[in-house]
Design a protein around this ligand. Structure first.
Ligand code: FES
Length: 513
């Protein structure tokens, strides 16, 4: 890793460069609440649901196991676009033209919805309309860009081929989508939270939902948390991957992670759009202006969560590429995000199972700003009994997604096999004594496998090596110093505390002395 990346602050630029110096702290739930709608997960989807529903006069309680907007929403690139890389040719192929059109219309409507909420709530979040480009550097992929052009036109998007998209390097083909947008996602979400409070809704942080149970009388459901219970007629679960196993979403989505860096220089980055390439490794680019400084935000290097060895190298790759191609001179921030990709590329939004009043939204496929807002619009309609034209394409109970699942499951099984093999390969090499400072590994001890971390001072922290969700082995993420589970994306800190579900129980502390 270059020294410059190592000097970049290990934090999301959105959380560090927020317009609000001190974001309001919301309390932990204390005791019981009774509301029309309980919303679990305070990212863009949950907060948008909370605002739209409270705006309609429904009482809401929004719960988050951490701080609001500190999950993936605070670690995204903040692109607000219906251009999701190359997707429409694939959607037409997999789902048919009508459903692909609905996907496009829904995501365009989400851009309009966000813009309306920015204006309505007077949110200072750097909202800016500008074009988005998807491009390729290679002759071999020019045909794919042209096919996407045809598909995007068929679904009605404002696209055109752009021989010169305005990048400082030559591309072979690029597709331009007009009237897309970018913003500061954390500032936007803080504005939504203020709107919920102004409408009489409540938000609770540091409140971990544990279960949802049906009630025989009173409100229809009880949401049990580690800080009290919420009784509600409707429950919305927006926890990236639903924390309950009902619906089997863990088997229909893949956890993927991405890396991001924000860099600055002496002046403007000279870009008039947002960009993403087609080939691997991904380079997703945008600018961000704050306090008279312009940053270049570059994200990419994605892979399945829990895969790979030298995760920290991904930051160096992004930084080196940015320094070589743009007028940036130093890396200021670096951060990491995880999202879930659905097996058929369309999120699951709607009822967890037919007839239930438990609603879910998951599988946003790294395009959560618009897909999360689509979810809020759709779930609000369901609760208000309003038919929604997009319901079929996003239907969370759809079975046609399952035809794509076997391939994914095969990949998962292969991964798990490889992964276990890899783990065993590593057994015997590291021991508690030979672990390097600031690193972690699965170690075979006299009492069994343990996930062992040694801090920079040589202190040892050991926890169970089995993920508490469904028992897969965790692996050490050296970019984030976390224990990650490649099966469904749960993540734990070095003390074993859950920082990302679907797991809800911590890894148990173990004694390896
Ligand atoms: Fe499902 Fe770990 S996240 S087993």
């Amino acid at each position: 890793m270059t020294s410059s990346t190592a000097q970049a602050k290990h934090a999301s630029i959105w959380l560090e460069e927020a317009d609000t110096d001190k974001p309001k702290k919301y309390p932990r739930l204390d005791g019981e609440r009774e509301v029309d709608v309980a919303i679990v997960g305070a990212g863009i989807a949950g907060l948008s649901c909370g605002y739209l529903l409270s705006q309609q006069g429904l009482s809401v309680a929004v719960l988050d196991m951490g701080k609001i907007c500190n999950g993936v929403t605070g670690y995204t690139t903040g692109k607000v676009s219906s251009q999701h890389g190359l997707i429409y040719a694939d959607l037409i192929d997999k789902h048919g033209l009508e459903r692909a059109q609905n996907y496009a219309v829904a995501n365009e409507a989400a851009i309009t919805q966000i813009e309306a909420l920015v204006a309505e709530l007077k949110i200072d979040c750097g909202w800016e309309r500008l074009p988005a480009f998807v491009y390729t550097l290679t002759d071999a992929l020019m045909g794919k860009v042209e096919a996407e052009h045809n598909a995007a036109r068929k679904v009605g998007l404002p696209v055109s081929l752009a021989p010169n998209p305005g990048l400082p390097y030559e591309v072979r083909a690029a597709l331009r989508a007009d009237n897309q947008a970018q913003f500061q996602p954390f500032d936007y979400c803080l504005g939504l939270a203020r709107g919920i409070s102004a409408n009489g809704g409540e938000l609770f942080e540091d409140t971990r939902a544990l279960d949802v149970t049906a009630q025989k009388q009173g409100r229809r459901y009880e949401v049990k948390t580690d800080a009290g219970n919420v009784f509600a007629d409707w429950v919305i679960i927006c926890t990236q991957l639903p924390f309950r196993n009902q619906g089997g979403f863990f088997a229909k989505t893949i956890p993927v992670c991405s890396y991001a860096v924000a860099l600055s220089g002496d002046g403007s980055m000279d870009l008039d759009g947002m960009y993403i390439n087609v080939e691997e490794p991904t380079r997703s680019v945008r600018t961000f202006r704050h306090a008279d400084k312009e940053y270049l935000v570059v994200a990419g290097e994605g892979h399945r969560t829990g895969e790979g060895d030298d995760m920290a190298q991904h930051y160096a790759n992004l930084e080196q590429w940015a320094l070589e191609n743009f007028s940036a001179t130093q890396a200021d921030y670096r951060w990491w995000a995880q999202d879930y990709v659905s097996v058929d590329r369309v999120p699951f939004i709607g009822r967890e199972s037919s007839g239930e009043h438990i609603l879910v939204a998951t599988g946003f496929g790294k395009w959560g700003m618009t897909n999360g807002t689509v979810a809020a619009m759709m779930l609000t309609d369901i609760i208000r009994g309003i038919p929604n034209a997009w319901a079929q394409v996003f239907d969370a109970t759809r079975v046609n997604a399952l035809k794509d699942a076997p391939q994914m499951m095969k990949g998962g099984a292969k991964l798990a096999k490889h992964y276990v093999g890899d783990v065993f390969r590593k057994f015997g090499a590291p021991s508690v004594e030979t672990l390097e400072l600031g690193s972690g590994a699965l170690v075979k001890t006299a009492k069994g496998r343990r996930a062992v971390y040694k801090d920079e001072q040589g202190n040892i922290k050991a926890v169970s090596a089995r993920c508490t969700h469904m028992g897969c082995l965790v692996s050490f993420n050296d970019a984030e110093s976390t224990w990650d589970c490649s099966c469904h994306g749960s993540r734990f800190d070095v003390d074993g505390k859950v920082i990302h579900g679907p797991a809800i129980a911590d890894l148990e502390a173990e004694d390896v002395s």
